[in-house]
Design a protein around this ligand. Structure first.
Ligand code: GLU
Length: 497
């Protein structure tokens, strides 16, 4: 019998989804799309204290940005809804199941208060024992329960105190055995009436007919508990696979210290969704030992759980930037021009002091071939730094107008001669400009690099810019002449002062 693949991504709305968390969504999505199965989105919001406002929207936005569409879940519905646990809780299903587990002898009510649990932990610490619930409520009699009627209580699962190891048959890691003695009598229902993650996750995976639970490695220690629950409920468990951790380049857990961790920060930082998609897939999965750039279609075609690795994956920001650059260069010229226009607009909106307006996408299409090799992201600041001199009337001359190695007088003479040499040109394209300016260096007794450096600085305000003649041609005759005149005037002012 072939299993119909039904996988799920089950985030908790506790903040903007971390890139590692979205990698989980991505692997589930890829597996569903590869197998022709279903990808389900379920919101696990049973820990009411940890809910962060706006987090739900951030989850939807992150998935949508990466094109991870869900077949069932919030917003789209489906036959097993609601797909939001707090809404499922309102129907009473979790409480009913927990009470039934108590009635059947698999679970019990526990009345221990926070203070008692704290006290218990302290004593265990003093005795150098591992901290755990000492099961004192497990043996309460009916009379004891009667005496505690009305007190806040939780439901705890009766974990076997000893016995055979519990083995998780993990699709990715193989068999992993857990000693039952190390498992606590974990809580199923909290005193606030909400189920814990363990109960809600198992019940919902079963109710939603999940075939494969593919989740991060950090959940592996929960899996033996889940298997015990499946056993107590007499349900067949799904298959489990735990994906490798994601570390920073220093091999510590990926965190803010390593740079942005929220998926949406990458969206807003000018990364392309397809580049991010490709990059995240390679965090724990590989096609072979060399291919880095793989299209979304090929990833869907080739994705397999067999090639998901066990060892931690390293989130290398430099590689992501490189990959984003590759994807940027693959964009059609006019599409990239539109994106440059949007990034420049956004830069200008955020820097109201600057009155200049970016040029049209049509004009920016001529800029694209000159900058695309050097573009890593569409971050407004990066795009501005790379392209602003193409769009403004006069560039900013932070570096002055005298290049290193030349005096202001020589620079002025060189720029005046340049102005005179460009004036009569009928054409203003790169070959014509080069033909006019190369011999000029010789006439001025300057090295070509010296003259070109002076022209570059006058026209772009930068010491480094894209190839000079192409740049001059794209900036265009009118602005080039104005900039040369402006630089000459600046140098003349200097001379007088
Ligand atoms: N709600 C859990 C999380 O936030 C889901 C763990 C699981 O996939 O079982 O990651």
């Amino acid at each position: 019998m072939t299993t119909i693949v039904r996988v799920r991504y089950a985030p908790s709305p506790t903040g903007e989804p971390h890139v590692g968390n979205i990698r989980t969504a991505l692997f589930n999505w890829l597996y569903a799309r590869h197998t022709g199965g279903e990808f389900i989105l379920r919101i696990e919001d049973t820990d009411q204290q940890r809910i962060v406002e706006g987090a739900l929207e951030a989850i939807y936005d992150s998935l949508e940005w990466l094109g991870l569409d869900w077949d069932e879940g919030p917003r789209v519905g489906g036959p097993y809804g609601s797909y939001i646990q707090s809404e499922r809780k309102a129907t009473g299903i979790y409480k009913e199941q927990a009470d039934q587990l108590v009635r059947k002898g698999h679970a019990y009510y526990c009345y221990c208060t926070q203070e008692e649990l704290e006290q218990m932990r302290k004593e265990q610490q003093r005795r150098k024992e591992p901290p755990r619930y000492d099961r004192r409520c497990r043996t309460l009699t009916d009379a004891d329960h009667g005496a505690r009627k009305g007190k806040p209580k939780v439901v705890r699962f009766k974990t076997p105190e000893e016995g055979d190891p519990i083995t998780v048959h993990d699709i990715i890691r193989g068999d992993v055995a857990f000693d039952p003695a190390t498992l606590d009598d974990f809580v199923l229902m909290k005193s606030d009436g909400f189920p814990t993650y363990h109960l809600a996750s198992v019940m919902d995976d079963h109710a939603m007919q999940i075939s494969h639970v593919l989740r991060a490695e950090e959940w592996l220690p929960s899996t033996p508990r889940h298997l015990l629950l499946y056993q107590a409920l007499a349900w067949d468990p799904p298959l489990f696979g735990h994906m490798p951790m994601i570390l920073g380049p220093d091999r510590s857990k990926l965190s803010k210290r390593h740079g942005a961790t929220s998926t949406l920060e990458y969206r807003d930082g000018g990364f392309l969704p397809n580049a991010m998609f490709n990059f995240l897939t390679l965090l724990g999965w590989s096609l072979d030992d060399k291919t880095e750039i793989i299209s979304r279609e090929d990833l869907v075609r080739h994705f397999s759980l067999e090639r998901v690795g066990k060892s931690p994956a390293i989130f290398d920001h430099t590689k992501l930037e490189w990959m984003n650059g590759v994807y940027l260069r693959q964009l059609p010229q006019d599409m990239l021009a539109d994106k440059l226009a949007a990034a420049l607009d956004s830069y200008i909106q955020n820097h109201q002091g600057s009155a200049q307006v970016p040029r049209s996408p049509g004009y920016l299409s001529t800029v694209v071939p000159l900058v695309q090799e050097r573009l890593k992201t569409l971050n407004p600041q990066e795009v501005w730094d790379l392209c602003s001199f193409f769009v403004v009337e006069l560039p900013e001359y932070d570096e002055g107008v005298t290049p290193k190695g030349l005096s202001p007088e020589v620079t002025r003479t060189a720029l005046q001669a340049t102005l005179a040499a460009l004036q009569p040109l009928a054409l203003f394209d790169a070959p014509t400009l080069e033909a006019a300016l190369r011999p000029l260096a010789e006439r001025l007794h300057l090295k070509p690099g010296e003259l070109f450096g002076a022209i570059r600085l006058a026209i772009t305000g930068r010491t480094a810019a894209p190839p000079l003649f192409d740049t001059v041609a794209v900036v265009g005759r009118v602005r080039v002449m104005a900039r040369l005149a402006h630089a000459i005037a600046k140098l003349s002012d200097k001379k007088r002062s």
